[in-house]
Design a binder for this molecule. Structure first.
Ligand SMILES: Nc1ncnc2c1ncn2[C@@H]1O[C@H](COP(=O)(O)OP(=O)(O)OP(=O)(O)O)[C@@H](O)[C@H]1O
Ligand SMILES: [Mg+2]
Length: 288
C-alpha cells in the first residue's frame, strides 16, 4: 500500500514538475538562505541516540540533524523506532546511550516539562483534550498552562477575558472558531486534530513534534490538516512522523528514513523515494 503511495506521490511530483514542486524547492532554498545568518542552522541534533528494551535495540546510534524552520519527516515501516525516537527527544524515555542537543544545549537529562518550556513541544503532550469542556475552554487551559506558576487571575493581563481573546484567535488560526462553544467530544474527528494543534500552538512552540498527524483522517481532512501544518510551520521547525507518503512528499523539506532503529536514508523526497533500499524496506515489511 505504501509503495503504491510512494509511486502515487512520485507521479504527483512528476506531474507537478516545473511548477509546484520546483516552487517547493525554491522555498527550501530561501529557507536555508534565511537561516544561514542566524545563530545555529541546526535546531535539534542527536548524537548516537540509542534505546534498548531488555536486549532489543529499538533505536540504534541515530544521528539526526533538524534544520531550523524546516519541515522534517521521520518515516519508516511499522516498528522502525519512530515513536521511540520521539519519546527519547522529549525525554518520555531515557536513552540507553547518546545525546540530544536543542539549540546547541544538551537536553538529554531534562524532563519533558522543561523541554516543552524551552520550546520543543510534542503535540499529544498537551493535546490531551478534555472531552466535556468546550473547544474554547480546552485552548484556554493550554494557555493557562503556558503561563504556569506565573498565572494570577487578579493580574489584568492574565484575565479570563484576555485568555478568551487569545484562545479565539488560536481557534481562528486553525479554522475551528465556529466550534468554540461546542464540547470537544462533539467535534468531528478532523476538527479534533485542529484543536490539538491549537492547544499545541498555545504553548508558543519554537519546534513542534507531530506523531502521525494524519492517522485516522479521511481525504478531505488530510487536505485541510496538511494546509494547516504548512501554515503553522511558518517561523517554526516541525518534525513529524507520518505514514501518508503524499503528505510527506508535499510538506517535507527533509526526510529521514528509519529501519529497524537505524537511519537508512536521508534527503529530500525526490531523492529518498528513489532509493532502492528505501523501496525495499517498505516492500519487505508488507507495506507494499
Ligand atoms: N516500552 C517498550 N518495551 C519494549 N519494546 C518496545 C517498547 N516500546 C517500543 N518497543 C519496540 O520498539 C520497536 C519500535 O517501536 P516504535 O513504536 O518506536 O515504532 P514506530 O516506528 O513508531 O512504529 P509505528 O509505525 O507502528 O508507529 C518495536 O519493535 C516495538 O515493539
Ligand atoms: Mg509510532
Amino acid at each position: 500500500m505504501l509503495q503504491g503511495a510512494l509511486a502515487g506521490a512520485q507521479s504527483t511530483l512528476r506531474s507537478h514538475c516545473g511548477n509546484d514542486y520546483v516552487r517547493g524547492n525554491n522555498t527550501n532554498e530561501t529557507r536555508q538562505g534565511n537561516v544561514k545568518g542566524m545563530a545555529g542552522e541546526i535546531i535539534l541534533e542527536t548524537q548516537g541516540l540509542t534505546k534498548e528494551f531488555k536486549g532489543f535495540v529499538a533505536v540504534k546510534d541515530v544521528n539526526l540533524r533538524v534544520r531550523r524552520h524546516s519541515i522534517h519527516a521521520l518515516i519508516g515501516p511499522n516498528g522502525a523506532g519512530k515513536t521511540t525516537c520521539f519519546n527519547l527527544l522529549t525525554h518520555f524515555l531515557a536513552p540507553t546511550a547518546g545525546k540530544v542537543f536543542y539549540n546547541g544545549r544538551d537536553i538529554t537529562g531534562s524532563d519533558p516539562a522543561t523541554i516543552a518550556r524551552s520550546g520543543m513541544v510534542r503535540s499529544f503532550q498537551i493535546s490531551a483534550v478534555f472531552p466535556h469542556l468546550t473547544v474554547l475552554e480546552n485552548v484556554r487551559i493550554a494557555l493557562q498552562r503556558k503561563l504556569g506558576t506565573s498565572f494570577h487571575f487578579w493580574r489584568p493581563e492574565h484575565s479570563l477575558d484576555r485568555l478568551n481573546g487569545r484562545a479565539r484567535e488560536l481557534l481562528e488560526d486553525v479554522g475551528i472558531a465556529e466550534y468554540a462553544d461546542l464540547a470537544a467530544v462533539e467535534l468531528p474527528y478532523g476538527r479534533k486534530r485542529a484543536l490539538e494543534i491549537a492547544t499545541t500552538l498555545a504553548l508558543e512552540p519554537e519546534m513542534m513534534l507531530l506523531d502521525e498527524p494524519m492517522a485516522g483522517l479521511g481525504q478531505e481532512d488530510i487536505g485541510r490538516i496538511s494546509q494547516l501544518i504548512r501554515r503553522v510551520s511558518k517561523g517554526r521547525t516541525l518534525l513529524m512522523v507520518e505514514h501518508n507518503m503524499n503528505v510527506v512528499a508535499e510538506l517535507s523539506d527533509t526526510i529521514t528514513v528509519l529501519q529497524r532503529g537505524e537511519i537508512l536514508a536521508e534527503g529530500p523526497y525526490e531523492q529518498v523515494s528513489k532509493n532502492p533500499q528505501v523501496i525495499e524496506a517498505y516492500v519487505g515489511t508488507g507495506h507494499a
